[in-house]
Design a protein around this ligand. Sequence first.
Ligand code: NAP
Length: 250
Amino acid sequence: MKVVVIGGTGLIGSKTVAILRQRGHEVVAASPNTGVNTLTGEGLKETLAGAQVTIDLANSPSFETKAVLEFFETSEGNLLPAEAAAGVQHHVALSIVAIDRTDNGYFRAKLAQEKLIEASGVPYTIIRSTQFMEFLRGIADSSTDGNRVRLPPVLFQPIAADDVAANVADVALGAPRNGVVEIAGPERAPFNEIVARYLKAVGDPRAVVSDPEAGYWGGQVEERSLVPVGEARLGRIGLDEWLRRSQAAA
Ligand SMILES: NC(=O)c1ccc[n+]([C@@H]2O[C@H](COP(=O)([O-])OP(=O)(O)OC[C@H]3O[C@@H](n4cnc5c(N)ncnc54)[C@H](OP(=O)(O)O)[C@@H]3O)[C@@H](O)[C@H]2O)c1
């Protein structure tokens, strides 16, 4: 089966491409670096010819509110009609748990992306994931105030990129759900505790402060604002195991 992975050179994209190739599929890793640009449409028609499945794992180079909305609207707005014209039978996209009940600029952009997919007429599955463990440093950096990291004590359930990619590959090889599948890491704990464990393990001296007023990317969050509320597929790699693997790979 021919599978096109948009953003196939990124964190989740490159792992997903490797899994699907290992399973014997013809996989194209599509991104500006390989001559395919969903913002301009460059290379889309040629790449999608003969593809049965497209997996959209592209991400915006800028997380600024207006830029990220423009990225996902333009990108998906070019990709979906091109898929329809090419006869793609399954569009898979990676989104984020709770974007419809937690407000911040990035989540609004992902919700706009989901709405374009639902309205496109192309059979689809949206995978909503919790935050990636690989994103913990970025979260700590964005929440740093002096030498302290301020985070709300809300529930958090990060997932390793390897678990995300394994789920994306499985979903892509299955039938379209025309709906949402949620995925999360195996452990749920307060946000500040998980980030503190991570910083300690990597030898980062910043102290983590539990601050109920601290939001997430500028938006207010409550106890269950960032975790699945219904059924979710759980990854296998817990934080300690992920830390062991990342330190062994470094
Ligand atoms: N971070 C999280 O915790 C989290 C949680 C849930 C869901 N997600 C979602 O997961 C998805 C993948 O994230 P990631 O961290 O794997 O991304 P990433 O590592 O930043 O990779 C982004 C990919 O997008 C490609 N790209 C950028 N501009 C493009 C364009 N104009 N046309 C086509 N491809 C383009 C990049 O290609 P080049 O290499 O050529 O630049 C790269 O392959 C995103 O949609 C994100 O919203 C993230």
